[in-house]
Design a binder for this molecule. Structure first.
Ligand code: SF4
Length: 122
């Protein structure tokens, strides 16, 4: 993080604009209305993370692709690489919602799981 960063808090609908600034070797947070916002802004300024959602190819299913997501946010800097990895995954139906697709996806602590049931073609 350089100097100062303005962050819109997405923890609740108020959407406070929070400023995180470098100050005396540490970080100063201002503009937040609560501690949850402070925690969110510090995380966003120092180690931004996102849950990755997408789809992967499936053979033999009644749909050609299965929606998937990571079980927890992964570092934002790895999102593009992780999204590209989705293209290399090929599964076979049937699949269950919540089924583990890839453990420690893209070298992260998060697993990739299915977010719906996908049965076979009739
Ligand atoms: S700082 Fe607190 S009150 Fe403001 S948007 Fe974030 S969670 Fe909501």
């Amino acid at each position: 993080m350089n100097g100062e960063q303005q962050i819109t808090c997405i923890v609740c609908p108020l959407g406070c604009t929070i400023t995180v600034a470098k100050e005396r070797g540490g970080l100063k947070v201002s503009g937040h209305e609560c501690r949850r916002g402070e925690k969110y802004a510090l995380q966003e300024a120092t180690d931004p993370r996102r849950v990755l959602t997408g789809t992967v190819k499936v053979s033999g299913g009644f749909l050609p692709r299965l929606p998937v997501k990571t079980t927890q946010p992964i570092p934002k800097e790895n999102i593009l690489k992780a999204a590209r990895l989705l293209n290399s995954i090929k599964l076979s139906a049937p699949l269950r919602c919540g089924e583990l697709i890839v453990a420690n996806f893209a070298g992260s602590d998060a697993d990739l799981i299915a977010t719906r049931d996908l049965g076979t073609k009739r």
